[in-house]
Design a protein around this ligand. Sequence first.
Ligand code: ATP
Ligand code: MG
Length: 238
Amino acid sequence: MTALLEVEDLRVSYGKIEAVKGISFSVEAGQVVTLIGTNGAGKTTTLRTLSGLLKPTSGKILFDGKPLNGVAAHKIVALGLAHSPEGRHIFPRLTIAENLQLGAFLRKDKDGIEKDIQRAYDLFPILGERRKQAAGTLSGGEQQMLAMGRALMSQPKLLMLDEPSMGLSPIMMQKIMATISELKSQGTTILLVEQNAQAALSLADQGHVMEVGNVVLSGTGQDLLHDESVRKAYLGED
Ligand SMILES: Nc1ncnc2c1ncn2[C@@H]1O[C@H](COP(=O)(O)OP(=O)(O)OP(=O)(O)O)[C@@H](O)[C@H]1O
Ligand SMILES: [Mg+2]
C-alpha cells in the first residue's frame, strides 16, 4: 500500500541558502506524523513546499498517488491537503463565521459547508459563541482554534498544522493537543510541526527530528520520546 503522502529526497532553497537538504518521510492515512526540531531546522519550509507556496529545487512529493511538483497551491487544497500556517494568519476584521467560510472557498455544496461550520463549532464551542464577532478579538489560543477550524473547512485528506501550540498558555496548549487527539480518533490524518516535542511525540504515530535541513532521526512517537539524544536535546533533560 502506498502512503497518503510520500516525500522523497526533497530539497528547497531560498536563493543560495539551502533550507531543506534532501529529506524523505511518509504519512499513512489515519496517522499523526510529527516533525520536530530546533528553530531554523526547515520545518515550516517543508510544509510551505508541500502546500505549493515554495518550489522545491529537487525531490518528489506524491500525495494520494499524484505528484504535487509544479501544482498550484489552490489545486493542492482541492486535492485534499490543508495547511494551518505558523502564526495562524486569520483575517482579523472578518467575523469568525466568515473566516470559516473562507476555508471552504473551493466548495459549492452549501449544505455541506453549513454542516462543517457546525462541526467546527462543536469541536471549538467558543467559536460558535463568538461567531459574529471580528476574529481579531479572539485570544491567541482561540485564533489557533479558528485557524484549525478554517483548515478543516476544505475537508482535507491531510491536515498540516504548523506550531499550533506556539505562544499559548499551558492550559490552552493542552486544549489544542486534546483537539488534535480528537481529530485523530475521528480518522483525520495529520502532519504536525511542533517545538513542543513532548506533546507532539506523545500523540504521534511517527516522528522525525529535523536539524539544519536534514532528518537526523526517525521513529515511532514512543521510541523518540524515550530516545536519549531526543530527551537531552528536546525534552530539557541532561
Ligand atoms: N523567506 C526566506 N528567505 C530566506 N531564508 C529563509 C526564508 N524563510 C526561512 N529561511 C531560512 O530557512 C531556514 C529554515 O527556516 P524554517 O522557517 O523552515 O525553519 P523552522 O524549522 O520552521 O523554524 P522555527 O521552529 O523557528 O519555525 C532558516 O535558516 C531560515 O532562516
Ligand atoms: Mg517554523
